[in-house]
Write a protein of this length. Structure first.
Length: 87
């Protein structure tokens, strides 16, 4: 899950990275506007945007606040995928 808000420069920079990771890993990353969905701010203790969470079941397994580089995001997601992916 990636939380963003309109007008956030870091959020805008994160979008192409999210698309690359989705393509490379064959997954979909849900994007949620934190301002328009304030219930998530409290639920996930959001402090900054962008914030990217890797959630497994109901548990947050990885939390990345601010702009996340592709390699770091891919590594965090790979650690929690049920099957190994090439690369």
């Amino acid at each position: 899950m990636n939380f963003y808000q309109e007008g956030c420069m870091g959020c805008d920079e994160q979008v192409p990275i999210l698309r690359e990771v989705e393509k490379d890993l064959g997954i979909e990353i849900e994007e949620i506007d934190a301002v328009k969905n304030p219930q998530y701010i409290k639920e996930y203790s959001l402090r900054v945007t962008p914030t990217t969470l890797v959630i497994e079941g109901d548990e947050v397994r990885e939390r990345m606040e601010g702009l996340v580089h592709r390699e770091d995001l891919e590594a965090a997601i790979r650690r929690h995928l049920p099957r190994p992916l090439p690369g």
